[in-house]
Write a protein that binds this ligand. Sequence first.
Ligand code: HEC
Ligand code: HEC
Ligand code: HEC
Ligand code: HEC
Ligand code: HEC
Length: 247
Amino acid sequence: MTVFAVYFVFIKDYEPHQPIAFSHKIHAGVNEIPCTYCHSYVAKSSQPGIPSVMECMGCHKYVKAEYDPKDPKRIYKFKDKLINPTDYLYDGRKRINFEDEIKKLTRYWENKEPVPWVNYHYVPEHAKFPHKPHIRYGLECKTCHGDVENVDIPKPIVNIKMGWCISCHEQVLDKNFKELEDIHKGISNLSDLDKRIMTHTGRIPTNELYKDKKKLGEPWGSSDSSERIINIDKEVAWLKDCSTCHH
Ligand code: HEC
Ligand code: HEC
Ligand code: HEC
Ligand code: HEC
Ligand code: HEC
């Protein structure tokens, strides 16, 4: 009875929230397609980008998943789990056939229409989240999105709170700060109050660090013709500036 109820409530009526039951696990996991192959703008632009039908068809002109449902060889293995492309439980809830789903894609291609993917935005209008600086810095997708290659549908980062952004930015600032400490030994001599002000505001009172402001900055080689000046504020403060994340 329970199994019966579960089937009707969760499996039968379940419709994927996207026009095609596209699986990240089958693409990024089983077939090891890199995230950036499809989300190719992630390191170049604020939006990661969703691949166009043409890009999907680059593979799917050839990959059609036409299997004989009676052929036992169609079933393959991934991480000790069996995958049956003619009867796959998508998102743990909906039975799909790869061939049929790929046919939906082909229909968009033939009609020269884009796939109307539902585009979710979780960061509210008044804040901005650009991917580019995060990826350039070397953060992995997994840090924020979890193990996308193991699931059909990436879990949305719902309920984004400012504290989530800030606490990571603070860790980055701490790291930047430690690196600065290596260059500017004076930092270690700051009073605790100054250090607290600094970690709170991200700013270093430069007058406490250097007597001669003109000599502020990294050690420079004797070959450098002019004295190099670095702006400590710029290096450490902006990650917590309101205007960094707010319009
Ligand atoms: C073969 C192409 C392809 C690959 C490879 C791919 N994606 Fe996607 N991704 C898509 C498409 C298409 C969508 C839009 C449909 C959807 O949301 O499932 C999408 C959507 C997403 C979303 C938004 C989901 C939502 O509903 O909010 C995230 C996050 C994401 N991908 C992360 C990743 C990560 C991380 C990887 C690598 C582990 C990856 N993708 C690999 C094609 C791809
Ligand atoms: C680099 C090649 C490649 C690209 C690009 C690619 N796919 Fe696939 N796709 C595959 C392979 C390989 C399979 C697995 C076929 C199998 O197991 O028989 C697959 C399976 C599928 C399936 C059936 C499994 C599932 O996810 O439900 C669908 C639907 C699909 N692809 C849609 C898309 C869409 C939409 C895009 C573009 C956003 C896309 N693919 C881009 C290679 C690709
Ligand atoms: C620092 C955290 C962080 C990292 C790292 C990160 N993302 Fe995101 N991603 C987000 C947030 C936050 C959103 C929601 C953005 C919004 O609401 O506009 C998002 C949204 C997305 C979306 C959906 C965009 C849309 O228009 O629907 C995709 C696709 C995506 N990320 C792919 C990736 C990929 C691929 C990587 C790795 C190369 C990656 N992300 C790394 C935080 C991150
Ligand atoms: C896991 C760590 C992490 C999380 C979570 C995170 N960030 Fe970042 N953020 C970084 C790093 C690292 C940088 C780049 C620092 C650098 O380039 O020195 C950065 C840079 C930025 C920038 C600077 C862009 C520029 O170049 O002017 C903005 C804006 C930003 N983040 C917004 C956000 C927002 C909004 C969120 C939450 C939705 C968020 N970040 C969550 C680590 C994170
Ligand atoms: C690292 C990015 C980041 C920085 C820096 C940042 N914010 Fe935010 N802020 C966000 C994000 C993302 C949200 C939306 C999520 C939320 O409501 O918690 C937000 C939400 C808010 C809200 C709305 C809260 C609510 O409950 O609706 C206010 C007000 C705000 N920020 C003020 C500030 C002020 C003032 C500063 C500077 C001291 C600041 N923020 C710095 C990312 C940031």
